[in-house]
Design a protein around this ligand. Structure first.
Ligand SMILES: [Cu+2]
Length: 190
């Protein structure tokens, strides 16, 4: 019986070791198909540090070019792929430089760990800060309309938020040479 279990374990364990890695690869990032003069899906959401891959299927060249100068895939066609990594939170609108009707968006939410009681560690950037980039972070009590400043043009990638009580919302954006991304999706802290 014991040897049977060992044999089964030997069979099962390699699968167990492989499956999580595979699942992680599938979960991380997003793919946008560029075909028939359109980005599909036009809006994708990735976590900080994940990549978006554009697969350029048309015979004619297209680009995925950030509206605010954050990234540019350059021209590609005929099945070529280009990947861009998104290290920080925001909403990044982009277009094709050749065809102005082709537009899309990448949304990158910020992250939080902690609790109301212990306070929150907020993160809006993973890894080192790329040169020349700063971040705005805002907070508001859930149910209120007006956002308040939490960080203004900071070069830090994270910070502590200790509201003490209540339910809060936060959001962040990335700035490069005074050109700002849109705000990240609202993150609920409760
Ligand atoms: Cu195009």
């Amino acid at each position: 019986m014991r040897s049977l279990l060992a044999a089964l374990a030997a069979l099962v364990l390699p699968c167990v070791a492989v499956v999580p890695v595979h699942a992680q690869e599938l979960a991380a990032g997003a793919t946008v198909t560029v075909a028939n003069m359109a980005f599909a899906p036009a809006k994708v959401r990735v976590g900080m540090g994940e990549s978006v891959t554009w697969s350029f299927q048309d015979a004619v060249s297209h680009t995925a070019t950030s509206d605010e100068g954050f990234f540019d895939t350059g021209a590609a066609s005929g099945g070529a792929s280009r990947s861009i990594r998104f290290a920080s939170a925001g909403t990044f609108a982009y277009h094709c430089t050749f065809h102005s009707v082709m537009v899309g968006k990448v949304t990158v939410p910020m992250a939080a760990t902690g609790s109301v009681k212990d306070g929150w560690k907020l993160r809006w950037l993973v890894g080192d800060n790329p040169k020349g980039r700063t971040y705005d972070v805002q907070q508001r009590r859930t149910g209120t309309k007006t956002w308040s400043l939490f960080r203004n043009r900071t070069t830090a990638g994270s910070g502590r938020f200790d509201p003490g009580s209540g339910s809060w919302q936060v959001r962040a954006r990335t700035i490069k040479k005074e050109r700002a991304s849109g705000w990240s999706p609202t993150l609920n802290l409760s």
